[in-house]
Design a protein around this ligand. Structure first.
Ligand code: ZN
Length: 249
């Protein structure tokens, strides 16, 4: 099968915990962004992957970088407030133009996701390393291609529980059940403007979640799904000058 044009992917990570917490450094020595980027390159060599982090100028997300990004992945937790509002606006605009966005784990509380959703995106949580089962509720969806069985199981995870304050998703793909009894909408799709958005819950930094083969497969599937091939639509308000009389002639 011939390959289509490459998908330009940017993996953004605040890159704080990996540099400050030894137990996280051990799991992600080069940062979560590099582990995810390597998995994408391995599973879909047709992806042209770059990374960007909070401490780079403009957080590594200049207009040029965003204009050359078809799908953006976003991991953040401790540094949401440090993300400059103009960078958020720039990324928000690119989503409306058709850039895909994959929102990872604690990025539920990122400025970008909150702005796109229009709600608080808050939830319940508990971090005791409990079992999580992500039940597949949309088995035919392309984001779940190649995922065998009825669920994906993570032996130790941080719990996220309902209520999750998001708008009704366009489609719900995964519902998590946790050992402690809570449930959570763990895989949700949205569209804003021309851009496709996927929220994917797994990814707490103290567990090797992004080394998990099925988690990696879902991320790569999500990139392919979110890539719309026309990610540069600019919505422009426009005055139409003809009078009704000229139209009615
Ligand atoms: Zn977490």
């Amino acid at each position: 099968m011939s390959t289509s044009a490459s998908i330009r992917v940017t993996v953004w990570n605040e890159y704080i915990h990996e540099r400050t917490k030894p137990e996280v450094t051990e799991i992600y020595p080069n940062g979560i962004h590099h582990t995810i980027a390597e998995a994408i390159r391995r599973l879909n060599p047709n992806c042209d992957v770059r990374t960007a982090t909070l401490n780079e100028p403009e957080h590594g997300l200049s207009q040029d970088v965003l204009d050359a990004t078809d799908v953006l992945l976003w991991w953040g937790h401790a540094g949401h407030d440090q993300v400059a509002d103009d960078v958020v606006t720039r990324a928000w605009q690119r989503v409306l133009e058709g850039m895909g966005l994959i929102v990872l784990h604690s990025a539920h509380a990122s400025k970008l996701f909150q702005r796109l959703m229009g709600t608080t995106c808050m939830l319940r949580w508990r971090d005791v390393g409990e079992l999580e089962r992500l039940w597949i509720v949309a088995p035919g969806h392309p984001i779940l291609h190649g995922i065998e069985g009825d669920f994906v199981e993570l032996p130790a995870a941080e719990m996220y529980g309902e209520h999750f304050d998001i708008p009704e998703p366009d489609q719900l793909l995964l519902i998590s059940w946790f050992e402690g009894g809570e449930v959570f909408r763990s895989g949700c799709t949205f569209q804003r403007g021309q851009g496709r958005i996927f929220y994917f819950r797994p990814g707490h930094e103290t567990f090797p979640i992004y080394h998990h083969p099925q988690v990696q497969q879902i991320l790569v599937n999500a990139i392919e799904w979110a890539y719309t091939r026309s990610g540069n639509y600019r919505a422009d308000g426009r005055h139409i000058p003809q009078s009704l009389n000229s139209i009615r002639k």
